[in-house]
Design a protein around this ligand. Sequence first.
Ligand SMILES: [Fe+2]
Length: 194
Amino acid sequence: MPIDLPALPYDRTALEPHLSGDAVERHHAGHHRAHVDALNAMIAGTAFAELALEEIVRKAQGAMAEHAAQAWSTGLYWRCLKPAAAGGGGEPEGRLAEALATAFGSVDAFRTQFDEAALRGFGSGWAWLLRRDDGRLAIAVTPHAVTPLTGPDTPLLACCLWEHAYLPDYGENRGKYLEAFWKLVDWEFVASRL
Ligand SMILES: [Fe+2]
């Protein structure tokens, strides 16, 4: 069965002014679709065609694994965002807020440490909030298509650090993009993965 490109969970212009409709469209209908299409071409006629996307990410090697990981991670990224008008951004609540404060000192300190890690990350990749298998929360930055899904950690929040995510709106200013990202995070969704 082919892997579907998931529809955006909001209108492509709904993340404005933080992410423009053009940038979202290019990221989703361009980059995200390209990974799904490339993956479908590779799995056609193989045993991988019977697997769910998560299983392909865990079991494939090489370019197939990279396209699968990008397809999966980008799907998570879209779901981690929510239009500001619909409640995106703001502050996490309840158990997630407590867990962030326990792990990082405070929610603000978490955002600061996440930003620092994302800005240190060299080249294309991803920034993550993870739940380690012992339950602790941690920040990780992975290069290129590498995703925590292949290890024991549970990714709770994903931030695409590929230039295509921010170049259209913020040029090479990854910091400005991260400011925009925090104004769109769907904390309820992130908390639902805890
Ligand atoms: Fe991306």
